[in-house]
Every structure is written in C-alpha cells, then in structure tokens.
Design a protein around this ligand. Structure first.
Ligand code: URA
Length: 480
C-alpha cells in the first residue's frame, strides 16, 4: 500500500497545484495523474484547478510537477475506469479531477474496487458518467440549426445550445459527421464550434442573442414532429425528464406540445384500434431488454410461433459480435449462435484466438423468421424494414454494453448497425467509425460459408479468418 510519506523524493507536506489547460482535457489529467502516482503523491496533497478557477487559494502549492523515478512501476488502470473517467472528466463538478485521482490512487492498491457497487467513489464516478452521457444525448437530440445568410450571401446554419457539462468538444465529431455538407456553428455559453464543410474551428463562449431565433425551416420541423409524435408514448413526467423545459425555447416543434398533448388521448385510442402502438421508453438494463423483446410484436416476425433470443456475454465486453437473427436451434434453445452457423463461428474464433466468452454475442433481429415446410422451419432473411424496426433493441444493448468494437457478420447485421445497406466486399477489413466513438467491422456471415463447398469454401474461410484476425489485432491495440 502506498503511504503519504516520501518514497521518491516528494516530501511529506508538499502540496501540488495542477492547472488544467481546459476543463475537458482528460488526456492532460491522465498524464499528470500518472506522474503524480508514480511519485507517490497522495490525493490530499493535490489541488486540481480548472481554467478560471481559483488557483490563488493554493498559492503556496508547487506548480512544478515532481519527476517520477526511472524504476517507478507502471500505473494501473482498468478499461472500465478509463472509460468512465473519460466521460466523468467532462462533468461540471469542480471536484471531478480530484475524484478521478483518488480512484486511480486507490486502484493501484486494489484493482477490484471498480466492481464494488457500494463504494461511494465508484458510485459518484458512475453518476458523473451518466450525467455526461445524458447531456450528450440531449445535445444530439435537441440542437436545432437556423438558417442565416453570411456576408457573401451563402447559407450558414447556426444553433444555440446550453449544455450542463463540458461536452461540446467531445461531440464535435458527431455533428461533423451528421451535417458534413452544411456550413454550421453551434454556439454555447461554454464555447462554440464552427464547421465550414472542411475544417472545424473552436471559438469563445457565446450569448443567446448571438444566435438567430427563427427561420422558415421551422415549419418543416413542426410538421415532422407532429407526424412522428406518438401519443401512446406520452407520459408527461417522462417527457419532461427527457426533454426538460429549458430546451423548449430552442426547439420550434416544442410550440406544438400543449396542442399535441391535448389530442393525445384521442389519437392513442385510434392507434390501439389500428394496431400501430409505438415502443415504450428505452430499457436501461439488459434484463429489461430481454423482457421487452419477448413482448415485442412490432413487426410481423414477432407474430410467428417463435421466441425472442437475447444477446449474451459480459455486460462490459469490449467486443460485440452481431449476427442476423436467431435460427431454428437458437429459437429452441434461447441462445444466439448455438446452431450450425454458431458452431462454425466458434471454430473460427478459436482458430484465431478470440475467446467467445469475452464477447457480447447478439443478433440484429431478435426473432427467427421462417416459413413452415411440413415439419421444417425454413430460414427467411429479414427485410430492410424489419431490420430497421428491430434496431431499437440492438441500439439499446449497445448503449448498455458500450463495446469498443462491433463486429457485424453479414449484410443484415451491417444494416442493423449502420441503418443503410452496404456491400460486404467493399467495407470488410476496415473499421467504420461510429458516432459513440466505437468502431464497426463488417465481415461475412458464417452461414455464407456453410452454403459453399470445395475451393470456394476454402477461399471464403481464409477471408473469414483474416477478418477475424484483423479484429483480434485491433482489439489488442484498443486494450493497450
Ligand atoms: N445466425 C445468426 O445470425 N444468428 C444466430 O444466432 C444464429 C445463426
């Protein structure tokens, strides 16, 4: 166990002040924290000061960091800690960097604390992570661009948003990918982002009055919202939780809410009659998803004589393997990839050295689609609409497991992840960056191999192994 006495030249009583260059600079924190841990500086001897924070309070503290001894042991931090800490660092809680350091310090002596659900520091870390994820989710959902004309008469879209935390820079990539062809700015009281179609620039904090307050596209938003509004999902408390009133003023469609709420009851009854009831809120645990998919009758596949098959594997798996849909065996046994395609997959995973037990294995469509021929149930591929409808569930699983790498096997799985059809031969072997920072790898489905024989099968098996080996290598890099 480390002590607060000197092990490496840091004197007892020495106090360090770390000035963070930016409030969201996790990498800077990580680098400083590593050095301080290696110099055995205990948490209560460090003040982490944010830009604009009151460094004067710590005027007596040292600003020069101690130099770790050459033989200092490496700093230990497991993947779960790093992934939660990276998010928690974006929280506006001024104590966050001190909390992160305290946990990193404790992790050196006890790497298992991350599993201790009752530990107050861990609970706080999880709470910060959750708040930041929620804030990002709100930003993705509620940013509304308004069209303005720039000095040269060109089109520029400007949005105003008030994040609760320091999430702006971390979400730049999301908006860049989503609105890559537009010129836009997102203004916030914490800073601004400007995209000119090619490069991203950061700017200073803005004021609400810097952003325009309305344009003709708002009518479009309003009619879109009215058309997708689902009265059956209307729960006023939940709605206010999801879309707090503070966001309403920036959202043209929010003006419709009172009117839509008033008509909700009527429309709900009509939907029940027509059988077009929508999903409830997104489940927050794997167990809740499991329960919900068993009740799902959202597409015709769920109405066949079959059972939903839930994904399986560790909830914190770095690798998520996604197939198309359960087959006959999977339907009977209630587990993914246990039939012939699953056995072939297992053999190839073993061959390249991926331990299936470390992966979360699931399917893009949760029910077995088949046609009955006598006693046999013959597999039918799901249609694009069915895959798109079922995406709700795989996205819910993804939000909980948060894999670093998703391996989609076959065209249906690829569509389930991307929302569009891609050609496997074109995209295999290269990562596709996803909005949440994870990466998608696409490859053939094992049942494709099962349908071949002779040299064609050998050739496809070779490509299959090569794709799996590339994934294994990438996973090792991501873990490093
Ligand atoms: N094929 C799949 O895509 N998934 C399974 O679970 C089984 C076969």
């Amino acid at each position: 166990m480390r002590s607060s006495s000197s092990l490496s030249g840091v004197k007892l009583g020495t106090y360090y002040v770390v000035h963070m260059p930016e409030p969201d600079d996790f990498d800077f924190w990580r680098e400083r924290a590593r050095g301080l841990i290696q110099c055995d500086v205990p948490p209560d001897r460090i003040a982490w000061v944010e830009p604009g924070g009151s460094g004067d309070l710590f005027a007596h503290g040292k600003r020069r960091m101690p130099v770790p001894p050459k033989d200092a042991p490496p700093v230990r931090a497991n993947r779960r800690f790093v992934s939660l800490a990276r998010n928690a660092a974006l929280h506006s809680d001024p104590e966050r960097f001190a909390l992160l350091y305290r946990l990193l310090w404790r992790l050196q002596a006890n790497p298992r604390i991350m599993e201790d659900k009752a530990d107050l520091d861990i609970r706080k870390l999880e709470e910060l992570d959750k708040n930041v994820r929620r804030d990002s989710h709100k930003m993705h959902a509620f940013v509304r661009f308004r069209l303005v004309e720039d000095e040269e008469g060109g089109e520029h879209y400007v949005a105003w948003f008030e994040p609760d935390h320091h999430i702006l820079r971390a979400n730049a990539g999301f908006f860049m990918r989503r609105f890559s062809n537009m010129r836009w700015s997102i203004l916030t009281p914490r800073g601004s982002l400007h995209w000119d179609g090619e490069t991203m620039a950061e700017g200073p904090p803005a004021d609400r009055s810097d952003a325009p307050s309305g344009d003709p596209t708002e009518d479009l938003w309003r009619s879109y919202y009215a058309s997708i509004f689902n009265p059956a999902r209307l729960k006023i408390g939940a709605m206010l939780k999801e879309m707090p009133k503070k966001y309403w003023k920036n959202m043209p469609e929010a003006a419709l809410i009172p009117e839509l709420v008033a008509g909700a009851q009527k429309r709900e009854s009509a939907m029940v009659e027509k059988g077009t009831l929508e999903f409830e809120e997104r489940p927050e645990t794997l167990a809740a998803i499991d329960k919900a998919i068993h009740a799902c009758r959202k597409c015709p596949i769920g109405q066949l004589d079959n059972h939903a098959v839930m994904g399986e594997g560790p909830q914190d798996a770095a690798l998520m393997i996604v197939g198309e849909q359960p087959g006959d065996q999977e339907d009977q046994q209630g587990r993914p990839f246990v039939g012939p395609a699953g056995q072939l997959l297992d053999a190839h995973l073993e061959k390249v050295g991926i331990d299936r037990r470390t992966a979360y294995v699931t399917n893009t469509v949760k029910h077995f689609k088949y046609v009955q021929r006598g006693k046999r149930r013959i597999h039918q591929s799901p249609g694009a609409k069915e895959i798109d409808t079922c995406r709700w569930w795989i996205e819910s699983e993804r939000a909980i497991v948060q894999p670093k790498l998703i391996l989609a096997m076959g065209a249906s799985a690829a569509r389930g992840m991307l929302g569009k059809t891609v050609s496997i031969t074109k995209v295999r072997g290269e990562p596709i960056a996803l909005e949440d920072g994870s990466e998608l790898w696409v490859m053939a489905h094992p049942s494709y191999l099962l349908r071949l024989d002779g040299p064609a099968r050998e050739e496809q098996a070779r490509l299959f192994d090569a794709d799996l080996a590339a994934v294994k290598e990438r996973l090792e890099e991501l873990a490093g």
